[in-house]
Design a protein around this ligand. Structure first.
Ligand code: FAD
Length: 440
């Protein structure tokens, strides 16, 4: 690695109080700082650097400070504020405002005694234990990548770059927060009628329930706004992937005229000028659409040679499933949606995993042997707005003797006609409590 100017802490007063070794003036100062960093010193004030302020990273940063208060924790996040994906389907149809979803990284860091650095991680020097960011270098003792997902347009666009760009810009998936969600909301609000296509990828994509929930809420919006539109839900899988009873009964009983559910409907050809898509069996015309491709680990992990190929998602983090450590390293971890394990790629799962990995890092800091604990998945899906109806799921996980993943303690409540979850607004209180957990 070239000598670089590293971050000047003088401009970041807060950092200087919390992070020795974070802002030495140049890389030779760093070398000296590291030489002084004897094992004893490291154990006294270990530096834990977390890349990614999503559900996993926020939980992790907060809980390392709780479990090992002597550590210096720095959260490196490229966004300057947090916008929640959970409850964004509700935002798309006007049930919550943007303020409900939006939160301050500064609040999270101040309230939970760690440092927030608004920067992108771009490289790692594993020899010197240094993370390179867009704003300078940071020394670490433990480094965690909680960087979420990226879209994988390879199979959807078959490596056609022009098609890929058109799909991204003209029909965004809206499964990563930002402009895509705003564009999708405008599409729904301005829809004049006809077919509105949504797709469900195969494999373990982000939030298994969200495409089915989104179909219900968009159909509900069309119904209540007098829009003569149909949601065509094209599922690459041959069945509804989660809460099947609840979603399929809602499709049949609430949205018979509004949702066309198509299982085993992988799109093989797009003609975006004629607005048609083809599967093995059908050709469907559409007025508007949001195409959700499969997901993969973000490119930074690929660039750092921390990924492996897996059957559906193609590229995922290459970690030990019990320790979360990147293979071949002893102090670099990956958790949250970027993990390769078959756990649900969901916010509650990522949050609870962030807490678990924080505990494992704290155990290492305290010289104890870390023990794997299952993350927990809780997921509420809204089916309709007037009245509000909801279904839910809870599960934990276990590993089989051969290391395969299995479910544990799983429960679903799909009796939306009688369960009163919607009336009690359980999804909203879950989200509020999670935001409080991460930011207050
Ligand atoms: C429409 C929708 C509805 C959903 N509903 C639910 C729900 O009801 N319940 C539920 O539990 N889950 C739900 N989810 C899923 C949930 O949003 C994700 O599973 C969760 O966000 C994963 O958390 P994460 O921390 O792994 O990743 P993310 O939340 O994506 O966080 C990753 C962070 O890393 C940052 N980052 C990436 N690369 C870098 C870099 N190089 N440098 C610095 N920062 C970087 C990103 O900016 C991002 O902030 C939903 C998702 C969607 C899209």
């Amino acid at each position: 690695m070239k000598r670089r100017e590293v971050l000047k802490v003088a401009s970041l007063a807060l950092l200087s109080t919390l992070t020795s070794g974070y802002g030495a003036a140049n890389s030779s100062d760093y070398a000296q700082a590291k030489n002084k960093d004897s094992a004893a010193n490291r154990n006294k004030n270990p530096k834990v650097v977390v890349v990614g302020g999503g559900w996993a990273g926020l939980a992790l940063a907060k809980h390392v400070k709780i479990f090992a208060p002597q550590s210096e924790v720095i959260l490196v996040e490229k966004r300057d504020h947090f916008v929640s994906c959970p409850m964004s389907n509700e935002w798309l149809v006007g049930l919550v405002d943007l303020e409900f979803l939006t939160h301050s990284y500064i609040d999270a860091a101040q309230n939970n005694h760690y440092t927030y650095m608004n920067a992108s991680a771009i490289d790692v020097d594993k020899e010197r234990n240094i993370l390179v960011t867009s704003r300078g270098e940071i020394a670490y003792d433990h480094l965690v990548f909680a960087v979420g997902i990226e879209y994988d347009y390879f199979s959807m666009a078959k490596d056609d770059r022009v098609l890929e760009q058109r799909l991204r810009n003209e029909y965004p998936a809206a499964f990563i927060p930002g402009s895509e969600h705003i564009t999708l909301k405008h599409k729904i609000q301005n829809f004049k009628g006809g077919n509105f296509i949504l797709t469900v990828p195969e494999g373990n994509y982000r939030c298994l329930a969200a495409p089915y929930e989104r179909a219900c809420l968009i159909a509900d919006y069309f119904k209540h706004h007098g829009i003569d539109g149909k949601v065509i839900l094209m599922d690459e899988s041959n069945h509804i992937r989660i809460k099947d009873k609840g979603f399929s009964s809602a499709f049949k009983e609430l949205y018979k005229e509004r949702i066309v559910y198509m299982p085993s409907a992988k799109i093989l050809e797009f003609d975006l000028d004629k607005k048609t898509v083809k599967t093995d069996f059908d050709e469907i015309t559409f007025e508007d659409a949001s195409f959700y491709p499969n997901v993969k680990a973000p490119y930074i992990l690929e660039k750092l040679h921390m990924t492996k190929k897996t059957p559906f998602n193609r590229i995922e983090a290459d970690i030990d499933q019990y320790t979360y450590k990147v293979k071949g390293t002893d102090n670099i971890y990956v958790c949250g949606d970027a993990r390769p394990m078959g756990f649900s790629k969901s916010g509650n799962t990522a949050f609870s995993e962030g807490v678990n990995v924080a505990q494992m890092i704290a155990d290492e800091i305290h010289g104890k042997i870390p023990v794997w604990t299952s993350p927990a998945t809780t997921c509420f899906s809204l089916l309709s707005t007037k009245p509000e109806r909801e279904i839910s799921l809870y599960t934990e996980y276990k590993y089989t003797k051969k290391g395969g993943m299995d479910f544990k303690n799983n429960m679903t409540d799909e009796a939306w006609k009688t369960n009163g979850l919607g009336e009690a607004k359980v999804a909203y209180s879950w989200a509020e409590s999670m935001y409080k957990n991460m930011f207050a």
